[in-house]
Design a protein around this ligand. Sequence first.
Ligand code: ADP
Ligand code: MG
Length: 700
Amino acid sequence: MAEFLDQEIKFLPGVGPKKAELLDKELKIKTFRDLIYYFPFKYIDRTKFYRIAEIHSQMPYIQIKGKIRSLETAGEGNKQRLTARFSDDTGSIELVWFSAIKWQKEHLKINTEYIVFGKPSEFGGRISVVHPDMETEEEKQIKPSGLFQGYYITSEKLKKTFINSKTINKLQLTLGSLVKGKIPETLPKYLTGRLKLIPLEEALVTIHKPGNSRELKNATFRLKFEELFFIQLKILALKHHRENKNKGFRFPNVGYNFNTFYSRFLPFELTNAQKKVIREIRRDVNRNIQMNRLLQGDVGSGKTLVALMIMLIAIDNEFQCALMAPTEILAQQHFQTISRFLNGMKVEIALLTGSTKKSERKILHEALENNRIQILIGTHALIEDTVVFKNLGLVVIDEQHRFGVAQRAKLWQKSDIVPPHILVMTATPIPRTLAMTVYGDLDVSVIDELPPGRKPIQTMHFFENRRQQVNNFLWQQMEKGTQVYVVYPLISESEKMDLKNLEEGYRHITEAFPSVKVSMVHGKMKPAIKESTMQAFKNGETKILVATTVIEVGVDVPNASAMVIESAERFGLSQLHQLRGRVGRGAEQSYCILMSSYKIGPESRKRLETMVRTNDGFEIAEVDMKLRGPGDIEGTQQSGIGFDLKIANLGKDGEILQLARNVATEVLEKDPSLQTNENRIMLKTLKSEKQTEFDWSLIS
Ligand code: ADP
Ligand code: MG
């Protein structure tokens, strides 16, 4: 049965086919439901009245009471305007109209009390309000509008066709008056009662015309909770389902390989955080349920080593492992690192990337199928269908944010009956609220401690006037025998322009450091050339590497002690943090120098200040999310859970989110498939979620 809210928007009084088409095209409002879920982005308190003497042009809006004393037209044709002198006991201002002048002149009444609402501006030393909202005291009485007036985002195109915020407000009021008794409740009584949630219908109507701040608060709370709760319920129900369905391999043995490595080859003591995480993962892989774990840890916290030790456990239990990295360079680096760590042990390791030759590939495939390779390291090439394992037990994915859910899912299928355990590693710390949502189906482990002896990177911010000192400083660094990165952002739309910026930068550097070997890399180079350039820097043959953000992820050159980031104001915060993580990997004190132009906006300033203040990736992630909003944080787009929050804000609503997750957990613990009479009501909302690719009938 179609519900009231599923009706097409054109059937709403005051809409009609033409408006309907525009609303659909510009705002994706197709139905009554879309409209009522189109929430105001801000409210203006219409209970507040100003006196004319208090008004100045910087106020965002004003509401005043008074009378029109005189009306006057001036100008000709297009330039014609109508001006009213409007006053109260404290002074007078001008009201101005540039259009519909004739109509206004006929309808505006002199010496009648009006409520005027609008944005003040200053014109020739006098305060005026252009195209104000005018209503008489009487009109105000009969209008059902709330005292907090909602403001809605519209588009330029809509405004041109007179569908502005006010029009939408009116449509909301019309719809609000029609829905009574027609919006079914989505949550069981025991929850609304316990959490003091107002009915859904009341919340949806009130959010568009709250009478006071308490009403607004109640409606907002109900709707935010609703939104976050059903996301959590969905994620957790899926997780539950997956864990029930996907039996996992058991790795009961901690045997020869793990023990030998630990006692004879591990070159240092594990940090407590690493030990804790290894324990967590060991528990996961020994309980017959497929592991899906996210391993978070700042750059340099030693995630790779943790992954290696878990792989050794898998091998001790006669399973094969795969380690997947987002780029060829990183895959190679992992291959080298792990080969070095395991040098002297009898573990077969192989590398498979896009540039592996066909003939080698064939040999590799065969070896894999015959179980002669125990660890396969590579890029996306690993998930091609031609790659077949004998018994894949564990997949480690490095740098999660570049892999989507779909790719992860493909990996599960690499093993016939039982999917392999999956360990996802990310060095892009994710704020807790976001992790709970985007990766809410994963269990999370955190390495929150760096190996001992690391010197925190010192970060500084300079303007161009300090260029000479910066260059002197780089000289000093290189005299100590260390190396330097100079990073340029992608600035313009066109690759050509970016390349030009980079090449210019390269020229400056070669001029400033004439006796030094400098090399340059960027994303548009042929992979082989890029590779050899990076390699030359890694080997210390070149001392300065001028680069774009291709060096962002994971490249490991411990001898690099300084990084200069040019036009740092143009980088995002998490990107700056990732870049900075390329230094500070060796024994030397390391430095990061942020160069910016003099003129930078408040957000850029905040980003640079944050970088200078802290090295803590989690703190940086929090700031980043507050500045940008969660939608832009890497990973959210690929999350595959239809991440389109209408009212909740992950940056601000952490507490409601936690509550929603707790309640969802509790509900599912008692009734995993929502079959009790009181819980069944929630299934309906879960199933109606548009973006789910998941077949809900599976769990019910
Ligand atoms: P991540 O992948 O988290 O960025 P890595 O695993 O690459 O970090 O580790 C960074 C560096 O620290 C590597 O050179 C690694 O060998 C080293 N390392 C890892 N764990 C420890 C430890 N417990 N003590 C000392 N050094 C460590
Ligand atoms: Mg790493």
